[in-house]
Design a protein around this ligand. Structure first.
Ligand code: Q46
Length: 302
């Protein structure tokens, strides 16, 4: 098969829209789609400084690569979770990716910062739950302390579709009210704006972009991801996408159109400043400081 736009052999067959593309035309298509996502959802304003959270994996590496190529002002942050060899390899990949891109990389190591790595805390709370809490706190505080206007993450269409699907299955309307390609800044900027530039691109397209552009990434899954229910939801959606191309994007766009139904049910927490760190909290002490038993705030200022 030939590329739809030139004589070169096709490198990928897209199912939706249906076409064959060579690596160059696929790269163009992918970058145009990211640009359109940024414009459509007003993710980035001119002159904004963006902090890209890079895990060492494909999604965040591709996010940093495309944003840099499109001319945005980016720096990267890697959070080493302290999950043994998995985290060491992840950090190595993040370093290589940023070096190749020529983008500053900042590294925060959970074990150095909090004395224990993810998975080493004795708690009844599931590991992924406090891992998520810890990552979100660190990248938001890092961005706030250093004056970034937005935090970009590598969430792709498959992540979004499976998140919405899972939360619909459990009728978690509170979560469904808050999902989307952009979460505006809140609480006088202490909750920094979050953006997802790969919102409309599938995981398969992200893998193909990495391959077409020589982006190396950590393939291994986190050992704590084994058996995660989100993987099951992704498999169901992949099966549906195969039978009816366009299922995922139509599902996510339909959700965005109906999101206000869930917003009506949203019980906004009354936020105040955490007694320990001064960041937004629904209680006297925020969940991060409570979980890690912090008595002093963390300052990430460079
Ligand atoms: S939450 Fe859970 Fe991930 Fe953290 S512990 Fe690993 S699988 S890394 S996205």
């Amino acid at each position: 098969m030939r590329c739809k736009f030139c004589e070169r052999p096709a490198f990928i067959k897209l199912h939706y829209p249906r076409m064959y593309l060579c690596p160059e035309h696929f790269t163009e298509y992918f970058e145009r789609k990211v640009k359109r996502t940024i414009e459509r959802y007003k993710l980035i304003k001119p002159g904004e400084r963006i902090l890209v959270v890079v895990s060492g994996g494909k999604d965040s590496a591709v996010t940093a690569h495309v944003l840099k190529k499109l001319g945005y002002d980016i720096e990267c942050l890697h959070i080493n979770l302290g999950i043994g060899e998995y985290s060491e390899k992840s950090e190595e990949y993040a370093k290589k990716q940023c070096e190749k891109l020529g983008v500053p990389l900042h590294i925060v190591r959970v074990k150095e910062l909090l004395e224990k790595g993810i998975g080493e805390v004795r708690t009844r709370r599931p590991t992924c739950s406090y891992c998520g809490l810890t990552k979100r706190y660190i990248f938001n505080k890092f961005a706030y302390d250093n004056g970034f206007d937005a935090v970009a993450t590598g969430h792709n269409l498959d992540d979004e579709a499976s998140f919405i699907f899972a939360n619909l299955m459990n009728w978690n309307t509170q979560y469904l009210a808050k999902q989307g390609p952009i979460t505006p800044a809140q609480f006088n900027g202490k909750l920094v704006k979050k953006i997802k530039p790969l919102y409309e691109l599938t995981e398969r397209e992200v893998v193909a972009y990495a391959l077409a552009n020589g982006i190396e990434y950590h393939i291994e899954e986190c050992p704590h991801a084994v058996g995660a229910t989100t993987i099951e939801y992704k498999e169901i959606l992949n099966g549906m996408e195969e039978k009816r191309p366009g299922t995922k994007i139509n599902f996510v766009k339909g959700y965005l159109r109906k999101k206000e139904l869930f917003e009506a049910e949203l019980q906004e927490a009354d936020l105040r400043e955490c007694r320990v760190c001064g960041m937004p909290s629904s209680g006297e002490v925020c969940s991060f400081c409570r979980f890690w038993r912090r008595e002093e705030p963390i300052n990430f200022r460079l």
